[in-house]
Design a protein around this ligand. Sequence first.
Ligand code: GLN
Length: 475
Amino acid sequence: MINLEDLTIKSLSQKLNKKEVSVIEVVKEYLKAIKTRDKKIGAYLSVDEEGALESARQIDASKEKLGVLAGIPIAVKDAILVNGQPATAGSKILEKYVAPYEGGAVERLRNEGVIFLGKTNMDEFAMGSSTENSGFKLTKNPHDLKRVPGGSSGGSAAAVAGNLALASLGSDTGGSIRQPAALCGIAGLKTTYGAVSRYGLIAMASSLDQIGPFAKTVEDVGLLFQAMAGYDEWDSTSNPSASYGDELTKPDWKKIKGLTIGIPEEYFGEGIDKEVSASMDEVINFYKSEGFKIKSVSMPNTKYGLSVYYIVMPAEASTNLARFDGIRYGTRNKAKNLLDLYLENKGKGFGAEVKRRITLGTFVLSAGYYDAYYLKAQRVRTLVNQDFEKAFEKVDVLLTPTSPTVAFKIGERTQNPLEMYMSDILTIPANLAGVPGLNVPVKDREGRLPVGFQLMGRHWQEADILGLGMYYERK
Ligand code: GLN
C-alpha cells in the first residue's frame, strides 16, 4: 500500500529508485484517488488515464537510474498546453480545444520523466481568486469543502492538498499560485519573470504571467522549478542568460543564515485577519530566535499596486483575448452577419468576469483615455518596482503574509468584485516588479484552516527564498 498523504517528490523518488514501488502502482493509486475522491473536491477538468499509464510503463521499463522527477505524477492547470490534451483555460469558448503542441515548461518536465495525470479547474482565463469564475464547475478546498481553494489556479492547489496529484503546475499573474497555495496549505512558487517559458500558456496579461509549481514541500517546489527553468527560443521574454544551479534544492546554509529578512510595514496593515497576523508573529519570531537579522523596511507605493494591476492587467488581457472570436480560436456559433458572429461567439463563450475585464481593458487603452489611465499606471508601476529596488539595498528577502485572510466560504465574495480583488493585494506587487515570490505553509495548524507566509527575493535569486523556506520547513 502506498500512503499518498505522506508522499513527497523526494520520498517517492527514493522509493522508485530502490524499487520499493513501481511507477505504474503509484499512478494507478492516484487515478483511483481521483475516481473516488475528486467528485467531492472538483480539482480536475480532464484526466488522461491512458497517457499517464503509458508513460508510467515506459519509465518502469527503463534500465537507467531514474532522475529525481522520473515517475512523479503531477496535474497541470488548464491554461497550460499539454500536447493532445484539452486546454480550456476554464472557459466555455475553449470547451472543445485540444492542445496541438506542448508548452515549454511541460516539455522540460516530460523530458525528465514527469507523468501528467490531467488538467485542473481554474477561474476563466485565470481571472479570479477563488476558482468560482470557472466556466465549468466549482472546486472545493480539501481542508473544508464549504470553502474556496483560492484562485485562479484553485484546481491545481486542491489537487495537491487533496492528495490527487503529488505536485502541479499553475500560473500566477497577480497571485494565482501563491494565494491558492496559502489557502490550501501547500508550497507554491511564482518565479522571476522570464525564468520559465510562457510558451504554451494561454495568456492573460503577458507582462505579468508566469508558470510555476505547487507541491507539499518547499524542497519539492525547488526540484520542479530547477527542471522547468531555462531559456526557450519560443518565448521572447525568456532570459537567455539566466542560470540556476543546485543551490535551489541544496542550499548553502551558511549563506542562507547570513540573509537579512525585511519586514515591509505596508504589508501588515488594515484588512489582515487576526489569525494571519498572529501566525506572522510566530514565523518572524522563529527566524529571530534562529539568529536571523530582521529589519523593518518601508515600501510606500504598495498601496497603489492593486490599482495599477487593475489597469495594466485588463489592458493586456483585452488584447490577448481578442483572438477568441470563434473564427481564429473558440467555438463558432451561427450568425447572420459579421457583427452578429462576434456578438454570438463572445457573448456565449465568455463569462461575466471576462467581459468585465475586456471592457475595462479596451476602455483604458482607448485613444481618449490612454494617457490618463494606461500610461499613468505604467509610471506608477515603475514606482512600485523602485520600492523593491530600494528595499533590496537594505535587506535580502522580504517576508509578508501571502493572503490577508484564510480560505473564505464559497459565495462569500462573488457579489462584490472589489472584495474579491482585495484577495491579491499582498501578492500583486511581486508580479508588477517581476521578482520571485514563494508561499510557505505555516506549520502546526492541524485542525485549523491553513495560513501561509510569502517570501519575496531579488530577481533570479529564487535560491534565497527557497533556502529560507526550507530552513523553516526543516526545523
Ligand atoms: N486574482 C487575480 C486576478 O483575478 C490574480 C489572478 C492570477 O494571478 N491569474 O486577476
